[in-house]
Design a protein around this ligand. Structure first.
Ligand code: PHE
Length: 347
């Protein structure tokens, strides 16, 4: 058989094999066997040295043609087999989007966080800054600077967890006001701030007392700040929190750091003053304490009480949440029972 005829039949044989092969490994095997260094084509080309000068280029280019043709056929087959494999894999891995999904339980912000953020937003909207301080405080900032020297009887109003004689965990967020007042540069404008955060008192825990609860205190200091400014500010806050129709009333009270001091009531948001279980049939709900900053407090923070005056207030987000949602035990907020907490989805 001539070399050409050999090559021709080799080609046809191989093309048939390629056509019949159905996996990529076997196809590769064919490529190595036919076109590789030890394969028959290389063999034929090696045998060319025995041919005449005229015949060599003819057989050579014929062999090259066949090599190209087979290479192409292998490539095409490879492509086809790969496509098929991909189709099979995709079919296996496909997801039936009509099947029911897995329920992912979604969390929500704690109800107290929601209320604190709501109050913060009201005051940010009125140009107040939000300042957070330290939960571990000195007796100096927590009490002395609030006009409560050692042995002052009003210290009894806030039973205190002491860490040492001079260090305690704060009983209110007022120390944040003291720290901010002493730093404030009044040439740049008035001081308007709120301080939200956790506070601690040595109460025996029961339905209405918790050794840990929250406070948001507010403070404004400027020239000519009056009780009217305080009343107007609190009225706006109450209307934003409990509805446009809310009214407030002030009753005289006592706090060592304010003079005069007031207790603030809001008209009942549930019965609108008619009397119900939320307002204990009085039409009014006791909601916060407030007053004009005591001149001693200003003085101790380096502010001249002859020139400046201020108002302050403190509200309890725990109490707000209890009133608004009819929660009758404050301990619910601190027990992390999801059956309770997940009721307050927020926005
Ligand atoms: N610091 C007070 C308290 O915790 C709350 C308060 C602040 C009252 C400002 C009046 C004015 O009792």
């Amino acid at each position: 058989m001539s070399l050409q005829a050999k090559l021709e039949s080799l080609k046809n044989e191989t093309l048939e094999k390629i056509d019949n092969v159905s996996d990529l490994q076997a196809l590769n095997q064919i490529r190595v066997e036919t076109l590789g260094k030890k394969g028959p084509i290389t063999e034929v080309l090696r045998g060319m040295k025995d041919l005449s000068i005229e015949e060599r280029p003819k057989v050579g280019s014929f062999a090259n043609e066949i090599r190209d043709e087979l290479t192409q056929a292998i490539e095409a087959r490879k492509q086809l087999l790969e496509d098929e494999a991909l189709t099979v894999a995709l079919a296996k891995e496909s997801i039936d989007v009509t099947l029911p999904g897995q329920q992912v339980q979604k969390g929500n912000r704690h109800v107290l966080t929601q209320i604190m953020e709501e109050i913060e937003d009201i005051f940010i909207g009125m140009g107040y800054q939000v300042v957070e301080g330290y939960e571990v405080e000195s007796d100096h900032y927590n009490f002395e600077r609030m006009n409560l020297p050692k042995e002052h009887p009003a210290r009894d109003m806030q039973d205190t967890f002491y860490i040492s004689e001079d260090i305690l965990i704060r009983t209110h967020t007022s120390p944040v006001q003291a720290r901010t007042m002493e730093k404030h540069d009044f040439s740049k404008g008035p001081l308007r701030m709120i301080s939200p955060g956790k506070v601690f008192r040595r109460d025996t825990d029961d339905a209405t007392h918790s050794h840990q609860f929250h406070q948001i205190e507010g403070l404004v200091v400027d020239k000519h700040v009056t009780m009217g400014d305080l009343k107007g500010t609190l009225e706006v806050m109450m209307q934003k929190m409990f509805g446009e129709d809310r009214k407030i009333r002030l009753r005289p009270s006592y706090f060592p750091f304010t003079e005069p001091s007031v207790e603030v009531d809001v008209s009942c948001f549930k019965c609108d003053g008619a009397g119900c279980n939320v307002c204990k049939y009085t039409g009014w709900i006791e909601i916060l304490g407030a007053g004009m900053v005591h001149p001693n407090v200003l003085k101790m923070s380096g502010i001249d009480p002859e020139e400046y005056s201020g108002f302050a207030f403190g509200i309890g987000p725990d109490r707000v949440a209890m009133l608004r949602y009819g929660v009758n035990d404050i301990r619910n907020f601190y027990q992390n029972d999801l059956r309770f907490l997940s009721q307050f989805k927020g926005e």
